[in-house]
Structure formats: structure tokens, C-alpha cells
Design a protein around this ligand. Structure first.
Ligand SMILES: Nc1ncnc2c1ncn2[C@@H]1O[C@H](COP(=O)(O)OP(=O)(O)OP(=O)(O)O)[C@@H](O)[C@H]1O
Length: 954
């Protein structure tokens, strides 16, 4: 019995609340049917199957407990995660199917069938039919063309009726019961004709038609271009977007992936952490823009969402989630009521984005809690960004709500080529057709140490501005400390430019004075974690600026608000009902101003750092450091949010007044500790910002050593820190794993000079550049005090070999050579020698033999043998064979030789007395992928070879 639904091309009649019949355009009607079908009818039928399948389930059992009982053993957490992926939290707690949606129900049924997959019950037909429902749901919910497609409802009803029929067979239902089920379903299908506007699926349909456009209208204009820090320079967001890499924080040394892969995580909640200015907010803005334009090629990661809600934790006025919803869908909320729109949103596939959890306040915290609590359905996903210290509050919040999450960390932009690519985009966008290249070449001319300060986007942006407004200053940057003042100087120059007509004596000191007042206000706001200020809140700062100005003669010639107008920017509210707010151009600028104020006070007064940090608005009431700290520790560890400020203070004070810094260091050190800078990693982060501060280097070294006796070095930034840290501590093993190009131009020479002890040097090779030698990195090893215990890299000159010889000690050597080299001097220096080379042309070096040293027998990898080159391969192997003619192994990598050629090679090598460490027959073994062929040569001749006399060891 198939239900056929009349496909009306024009407006369709809909009865509302069983009374009035209205005409709706056919598009909304198609959408409505598809939504009710997939969000209501499909789950209903699947719930029916679940009930049949779980006849012996007890009411108190969760589905996880039930499955465990049914299959007779526990699910390990990993098994559960792999089996249920995004539905795993829901199925872990659900006890009945009523609230589950198609995705969860399909996952549940699939796993239930597999629980007792003993081959007796044939469930594949049933599963295939259920899969049709799941696919239909995804088609309709993830692709607007399918959402409006009138055919889809017909396909769905057919699929539903087929499932009911299949259930009849699968569960051997009595005929009467089957007929009843079919009739019931047909009644439900028929009900879709009459629609109540109070129905949540009607609201869902409205949202699906109008919701995305409403959000687009709200955000697109705000986000598609960005006004840079100064002078209203504007750039198109997507034109300058630099695709960031993120690291999965699960386990040590997590994988590094592109940001677009974060939604592949099996967890519903994804947390992206990143230091100040790492690009968290910009990443979200880019995701929003991509969401509006799903036609773009590379946005598959967003296709599974049909709604997107953004909430910024710095918001201090929106009190509820429905308030957030109202900002996004103002008109729809007027039509349907905001609570109803919220209910509908939660049924759709929605991505909630929560930006800047570290900036959360008592008002926004309530909204965040609400999102976490209401987004338990599998169709909702939540993406949260925060600075790392925000995790201290976020983790307990998520776990108290039983939320599992995957954490990603935005990686710094450490490679010069990436930094240049980033700057190039901005330069291109800013100069509008004029000649480009000056900014990038100015950046390239900086020393690696100074460049290491520009590994976060915000700092690269500041470099753009300094290059534009203070280009001459860049040539004076020799050490990181030289850069410290220039960001504030930049602001000062901009203010001075505005005041140029005032012709006022001592104008620079006057501006410094104003910066001090603003710095104190910035600090005070930071105490409340406030980064957006209302007009009222700003009033007292304005008053103080004015008061300070009045202490100067002829101050009436100066507009008292000019400094604030340069330093702050105005933010228009999302809704006309709200008021404008003000912010610094970036939170890190607010922190720099606060740090400048603290640094000045540390220099000018004898006040303790505690007192200076605890300054109150009226400048009169001081909070004691203890009080402040205790309240913070107990309440929410507020002090953690001062970590960046304190790092800026260290940097600034150290470079502007080394003597005061020395005197104040014990206080600063304690404060950093209180702000959470305790681990080796945290001290290293601090050292990245101020690599020339010896005191920080010492603590970074000692704490890291305490935690770990092996130090791993992966980037130029790490090398800079290491160079400073080695002056204070030596790890048991130093493991440097880097691409040679990244290591060149770092403080590698200093590292080698300062290292006393073992080194594992791993010079990575890009796949297309395996044989590019980097002996320049080896030469500093000569005369060093280090001991090379493991080496992997390309060597190209006798000088490079000589450098290895001087430091190798019981070493595991993996040497790539672009041309043969005499390695005999390495004899006695290694425990394992593994050489990689490309085949030698037979004509070349005929008379030369470059015997590899032995014992122990070396292993040889021949890389990239071309078709027809077996004799060249044979020539290489025989030329390199040690006197004993024995290799630990012989492997052909990425070999294009034909099978017959490999066989001829084997015969030739056998006849030349070459042997490998192998028992049994002489043969070849290849890996399944065919990328590696092992030549195993014993004393047994291969087919076609002349027997040779066994060679005596020489
Ligand atoms: N991926 C990117 N591509 C291009 N520019 C970027 C990128 N990320 C950040 N920026 C630039 O750097 C500035 C700072 O970045 P953003 O505000 O996103 O950092 P954040 O990590 O959110 O900082 P905070 O934690 O201090 O709030 C942006 O205003 C933008 O100009």
C-alpha cells in the first residue's frame, strides 16, 4: 500500500489550528513537508524499530548499558567512541528513543544489529533501508536545493513504507499488526496536509527559508571587510585570510592539521585555543563568511550545518540564549516569538560558535551555560575559542555538563615563507595596485631572533603598521628588546600627527601622560575582564584624561578626547535596541597599554607591583595583592588573565630600564607564577616574548629540565629559546627535528656552541628534496662539546663527514648522499649505519670504489631506480659494498625496475659475492604497496645464477 502525495505546482492549502486554510507558496510547502518528514516521521518509524529491537531492555538501562548486556562484554571507551562517534554522548545517557533523531537512531540500530552478529539473523536488508532514511535526512538538511525539492517527500514516504513492510518480515509481525502500522503511518503522512503554525516544524521551515539570509544580513557586512588598527585602512577579510594550522592537543606531540579539518572530530564540542592574537576570532569570522557562501569549493566542512549562531563572550548585555537568537533573527522572532525560534533552531543542524571564552563575564557566562545545556542533541555542534588560560575554567564547566570535546591549538606562524605569505596578502590589499614587495623584503632583512616575535597574526599586523608609519625604525631592530617600545610609539606618532597643529611645547610628554591615564584604565577594565566599554564606563576615563590635561599650561588648546579617539574604536551593536560600545583595537593593545602603565609605575615609584596591579579607578583605593589573589584563586583564578600583561611588563621594563628590572624581578617572577606561569612550557612561552631576558631563560631552563630530561626542538622559535636556556641547564638528550631550511638562519651556531652532552639531529627532508645537502649546519659541530648519538640527514662534502666524525659516538647514523663520499672515517663511531643514495650512472666513476665502513654491516637504501637502470643499481651497490661484501640490508625504494630487471640485479649481486643478513633462499620481498623491495641475498644462488664460492671474511 503506497501513499501517493499530490504534488501541487502552485500555492498549497494549509489549515491552521484546524481552522483557517491559508495559501503558502509551494517552496515553503515543499520545505515544510521535507522537514516534517525527516525530523518527525523518520524518527517515529525508526523509534518503532528500536522498540521492536529492544524488547528485553529495562527502562532504567541506558543504551550503552543495554548494548553491553546484549553483546556480553563491556565497551572500552575507545570502542564506544569508534562505534558511536557523534552520537556517543546521547546514547550513553538515553534510556528511550523518544528524543533521538535520525542520526542517533541509525547509529543505535546499526550497533544493536551488530551486537549479536552471529550470522543467524540477516539484517543487511533492514540496515540498507534504514540507511536510505539517514541519507535522505542528510540530503535534505544539508543541501538547500534538496530541502526545496518537492520529489524528496515522495521518496521519503516510499522509504518509510518499505521499512514498515521490511519490519513485518524482519520481526515476523502478525498481518493485522502490520496493516495497523501502515495505516498509522499513512495517517501521519496525510496529517502533513494540515498544518498548525504552532508546530515547531513550521518554525523550522521558516528558519530554513529565511534564517540563513537573516544571519547573512547581520554578519556579512560586518565581517567581510576589516578595518585595520589605524587610519581606517580597510581590507577584504577573505582576501587576506591566511589558512591557519592547528594542532590536535590530544596526547603529546599531537597531529598538525589544517583548520578546516576541525569539524572532522568525532566530538560535538570543539575547542580552539590560541595565544593573544593567534587568530581565533578571525578564524571564526572566516568560517561565518564561508558558511554564507557554500558554493565555494573548499567548504565541505560546513555543509552539514544549516544554521549558525555566533556568541561573543565579551558581550555584557545579552542575558539569555533567546536574546542571542533574537539578534540573529529579529524579524522571525517578531513573527514567531523568540522562544519558538530557539526551539526550532535546536531541531536543525546548528553550529554554535562561542568566541573568546577567556573574556567571559558574569552575564555572558549564563548564555554560555545555556548553550552547553541546550545543545545536547547530536545535530548541534559547538565551537569554542579561548586563550589557553581560559581552559582552566572551561574544562570544569564542560565536564560538569558531561561534555566530551576535542581541543585544537592554533599554531604560530614560524616559517619565514608563511610569514611572508601572510604579509604579502596584506601588502597587496593595502597598497591598491602600487608596487609591492617592500614590506616583505623589510621583514626578510630582520634577524631570525627579531622575526620570532612576529609569529602571531596580530604581531604581523603590527609589523605592517610599523612598516607603513615608522619604516625607519625597523632598521634599528637588532634584538627583540628593540621592538618593545615601537608599538606604543606607533600610537604616539598617530596622536602626534593629529596634534601637529597644536604647536605645543613638550607635546610628547603630554601624550605620555595621557597614555598613562589610559593604561591605568585599561588595567582596571582588565580586572573585570572587560574589553568592551559602554559610554558610561568610559566617562570616568575621559574625566581623568581631562583632569590630567588641565595640569598642563595652555591645555585648553588641545582637544581632551583626541588621544582616546586614536586609541579606541567604536563598535556598533548587533541590534538597534542596544547601545554602541568602545574597545581598544585589539585586546592585546589594551594589555600593552596596561603593561606600559605598570612598567612606568615600577620605574617611577616605590610602590609594590601588587599595589600597582591592584589600582582602582579613583586612584585612591588599593586592593592588596593577597586579597586580590585570594579572591581570584578562590573564585575563578582571575589572575590567570594577567599572564600576557605581565609578559609585556617583563619585556618592556627589561629593555627600557634593566636596573629597575633587576630590582623588581622577584616581584615579577612571583606574579607570573600566580598568573599560572609555572610549567616549563609556560616559561618557554614567556621566553618566546622576551628571549633576551636572562632571568626568564634561567627559569624556563630549570623548570623544563625538572619536567623532562629530553628536550625537543621543532621550530626556529624553539631554537632561539634553547640558545638562551642552554646557558642555564643541559638536558640528558637534545633532540632537534627540523627542516634544514628552518634551522639555517636560527641561533643554531649558539646552540651547538653551548650544548654539552648528547644530540639527536634529525634534518627532515621534503619529499622532493631528499638529496639537498646541508653541510653548513654540520660544520659548527666541529670543535663542539656535544656527542652525536643519532643523526638523520643529507651530507654532501668531506667537510660534512669530518664534522660528523668528530662528534659521532656509538651513533645511529642515517646518511643521505647526493654523490658518493668516503665514509670510512666513521668506522668505530656508529652502532648502526644506514646509507641512502640514488643509482650511479654505470659510465661514471668506474674506477672508484667508496667502500662503506664495517663492522657493523651497513644498510643500503637505493632510492628511485628508473626503468632500465638495474646495472646502475648494481654498480652503486658493488661500489659501496664494504670489504666483507655484507650489508645489513639492501632495499630499493620507489623502484621502477621491471621484475626481470630486479631478478637480473639479484643474480649480478650474488655473483659479485654481495650478501645480506638473511637466512634461507636468495630472493626479493616487496611490500604490498610496492614502494619498497628488499633484496635478500644468502649463500644459496638465485635461479639463473652461477654458484659462487663462499667469500671468506676479510
Ligand atoms: N588567519 C588570519 N589571516 C589573516 N589575518 C589574520 C588571521 N588571524 C588573525 N589575523 C589578524 O590578526 C588580528 C588579530 O587576530 P584575532 O583577533 O583573530 O586574534 P585572537 O586570537 O582572537 O586574539 P585575542 O585572544 O587577543 O582576542 C586580526 O584582527 C586580523 O587582522
Amino acid at each position: 500500500m503506497a501513499f501517493t502525495y499530490p504534488m501541487s505546482p502552485g500555492p498549497s492549502p494549509i489549515s491552521m489550528s484546524g481552522a483557517a486554510v491559508v495559501s503558502l507558496p509551494s517552496e515553503i510547502f515543499s520545505i515544510y513537508r521535507n522537514i516534517v518528514g525527516n525530523l518527525y516521521l523518520s524518527p517515529k518509524i525508526m523509534q518503532l524499530i528500536v522498540d521492536k529491537e529492544c524488547k528485553d531492555k529495562q527502562n532504567v538501562e541506558t543504551y550503552r548499558q543495554y548494548m553491553k548486556r546484549r553483546r556480553g562484554n563491556l565497551f572500552t571507551n575507545k570502542e564506544w567512541k569508534d562505534a558511536c562517534r557523534i552520537s556517543r554522548s546521547v546514547l550513553e545517557t538515553a534510556r528511550n528513543p523518544d528524543s533521538l533523531d535520525v542520526t542517533d537512531l541509525f547509529c543505535l540500530l546499526e550497533n544493536l544489529f551488530k551486537c549479536d552478529d552471529d550470522g543467524v539473523r540477516e539484517f543487511s536488508e533492514m540496515l540498507n533501508k534504514l540507511r536510505v532514511l539517514k541519507n535522505l535526512r542528510n540530503d535534505v538538511m544539508h543541501n538547500y536545493a534538496e530541502t526545496v525539492n518537492p520529489q524528496k517527500f515522495g521518496e521519503l514516504t516510499t522509504a518509510l513504507l518499505e521499512i514498515v513492510a521490511e519490519a513485518g518480515k524482519f520481526y515476523s509481525l502478525p498481518h493485522r499488526q502490520l496493516v495497523d502500522e501502515e495505516q498509522e503511518l499513512n495517517k501521519e503522512i496525510a496529517k502533513v496536509l494540515s498544518l498548525d503554525t504552532k508546530n515547531v516544524y513550521y518554525w523550522c521551515s521558516k528558519l530554513t527559508t529565511r534564517g540563513k539570509d537573516a544571519v547573512k544580513l547581520l554578519w556579512e557586512a560586518r565581517l567581510s571587510s576589516e578595518v585595520l588598527l589605524f587610519n581606517n585602512d580597510k581590507v577584504k577579510r577573505q582576501a587576506v585570510f591566511h589558512a591557519l594550522d592547528v594542532m590536535v592537543r590530544e596526547g603529546a606531540g599531537g597531529d598538525i592539521i589544517s583548520y578546516s579539518k576541525i569539524f572532522e572530530s568525532p566530538e560535538k564540542f570543539v575547542v580552539v585555543t590560541g595565544v593573544a592574537g593567534a587568530g581565533k576570532t578571525t578564524l571564526l569570522k572566516n568560517i561565518l563568511l564561508q558558511f554564507f557562501d557554500l558554493q565555494q569549493v573548499n567548504v565541505d566542512h560546513l555543509r552539514s550545518f544549516n544554521q549558525l549562531i555566533l556568541f561573543e563572550c565579551r558581550d555584557r548585555t545579552t542575558k539569555t540564549l533567546s536574546g542571542v537568537i533574537e539578534q540573529h533573527f529579529e524579524d522571525l522572532c517578531i513573527d514567531l516569538g523568540r522562544e519558538n525560534v530557539l526551539k526550532a533552531i535546536l531541531r536543525l543542524d546548528v553550529l554554535f560558535i562561542i568566541d573568546g571564552f577567556d573574556e567571559v563575564n558574569s552575564v555572558s557566562r549564563r548564555v554560555v551555560n545555556e548553550i552547553i545545556k541546550k545543545s545536547w542533541r547530536s545535530n548541534c555542534r559547538v565551537l569554542i575559542t579561548t586563550r589557553p588560560h581560559g581552559m582552566e575554567k572551561l574544562k570544569p564547566l564542560l565536564s560538569s555538563n558531561d561534555v566530551c570535546f576535542t581541543e585544537y591549538e592554533i599554531m604560530p606562524i614560524t616559517k619565514l615563507e608563511d610569514q611572508l605569505a601572510f604579509l604579502r596578502r596584506y601588502e597587496l590589499a593595502l597598497v591598491e595596485g602600487a608596487q609591492t614587495g617592500q614590506m616583505t623584503s623589510s621583514f626578510s632583512s630582520l634577524s631570525q631572533d627579531v622575526r620570532n616575535l612576529f609569529t602571531e597574526p596580530i604581531n604581523l599586523i603590527l609589523f605592517c603598521h610599523i612598516h607603513k608609519y615608522l619604516p625607519e625604525t625597523i632598521s634599528y631592530w637588532k634584538t627583540p628588546g628593540d621592538v618593545a617600545h615601537d608599538i606604543l610609539r606607533l600610537y604616539k606618532e598617530l596622536v602626534l600627527a593629529r596634534l601637529s597643529e597644536a604647536n605645543y611645547p613638550n607635546i610628547e610628554v603630554l601624550v605620555d601622560d595621557q597614555f598613562s591615564v589610559i593604561g591605568a584604565a585599561a588595567l582596571e577594565f582588565l580586572h573585570g575582564n572587560i574589553v568592551t566599554f559602554s559610554k558610561n564606563e568610559l566617562r570616568s576615563t575621559k574625566r581623568k584624561c581631562k583632569k590630567k590635561l588641565k595640569t598642563w599650561e595652555r591645555s585648553e588648546e588641545i582637544d581632551s578626547e583626541v588621544v582616546l579617539s586614536v586609541v579606541l574604536k567604536m563598535q556598533r551593536p548587533l541590534s538597534a535596541k542596544l547601545h554602541v560600545t568602545y574597545t581598544f583595537h585589539h585586546k592585546s593593545i589594551q594589555e600593552i597599554f596596561a603593561a606600559n602603565y605598570i612598567s612606568e609605575r615600577l620605574q617611577d615609584s616605590d610602590d609594590s607591583l601588587n599595589n600597582i596591579m591592584g589600582v582602582s579607578a579613583n586612584g585612591g583605593t588599593w586592593l592588596s595583592w593577597r586579597q586580590l589573589l585570594c579572591s581570584c584563586c578562590k573564585a575563578d583564578r582571575k589572575y590567570a588573565s594577567f599572564r600576557e600583561v605581565l609578559q609585556y611588563v617583563v619585556h618592556e621594563l627589561h629593555s627600557s630600564s634593566p636596573l629597575v628590572f633587576q630590582r623588581r624581578w622577584p616581584e615579577l617572577r612571583r606574579a607570573l607564577g600566580d598568573a599560572g606561569v609555572l610549567s616549563g612550557r609556560a616559561w618557554q612561552d614567556c621566553l618566546y616574548r622576551c628571549p633576551d631576558v636572562v632571568q626568564v631563560a634561567e627559569l624556563a631552563a630549570l623548570t623544563t629540565l625538572n619536567e623532562n630530561t629530553t628536550w625537543k626542538v621543532k621550530s626556529g622559535r624553539d631554537v632561539a629559546c634553547l640558545a638562551a636556556m642552554l646557558l642555564h641547564a643541559q638536558p640528558l638528550l637534545l633532540h632537534v627535528k627540523m627542516f634544514p631550511l628552518d634551522l639555517t638562519e636560527t641561533r643554531w651556531g649558539e646552540v651547538v656552541d653551548r650544548r654539552i652532552g648528547t644530540l639527536w639531529l634529525e634534518l627532515l627532508s621534503p619529499p622532493d628534496d631528499k638529496f639537498n645537502r646541508h653541510d653548513d649546519l654540520l660544520l659548527p659541530l666541529l670543535n663542539s662539546k656535544l656527542r652525536l648519538v643519532r643523526f638523520d640527514g643529507c651530507v654532501g662534502t668531506p667537510a660534512g663527514v669530518a664534522a660528523l666524525v668528530t662528534v659521532a659516538h656509538a651513533c645511529e647514523l642515517s646518511v643521505r648522499m647526493s654523490a658518493p663520499l668516503d665514509l670510512s672515517a666513521l668506522s668505530g663511531k656508529y652502532e648502526r649505519l644506514d646509507v641512502t643514495m640514488r643509482p650511479l650512472p654505470t659510465s661514471s666513476h668506474k674506477s672508484h670504489v667508496w667502500r662503506l665502513p664495517a663492522p657493523p654491516d651497513p644498510g643500503l637504501n637505493v632510492h628511485g631506480a628508473e626503468l632500465g637502470s638495474w646495472e646502475a643499481v648494481a654498480h652503486l651497490i658493488t661500489s659501496l659494498a664494504p670489504l666483507s661484501k655484507r650489508f645489513a640490508w639492501l632495499v630499493l625504494w620507489e623502484c621502477k625496475l621491471r621484475t626481470e630487471e630486479v631478478q637480473s640485479l639479484l643474480v649480478r649481486l650474488f655473483e659479485q659475492h654481495i650478501r645480506t643478513e638473511v637466512k634461507g633462499d636468495t630472493c626479493t620481498r616487496s611490500e604490498e604497496s610496492g614502494s619498497r623491495i628488499y633484496l635478500c641475498i644468502s649463500d644459496k644462488p638465485p635461479p639463473g645464477a652461477r654458484a659462487t664460492k663462499q667469500l671468506k671474511y676479510l
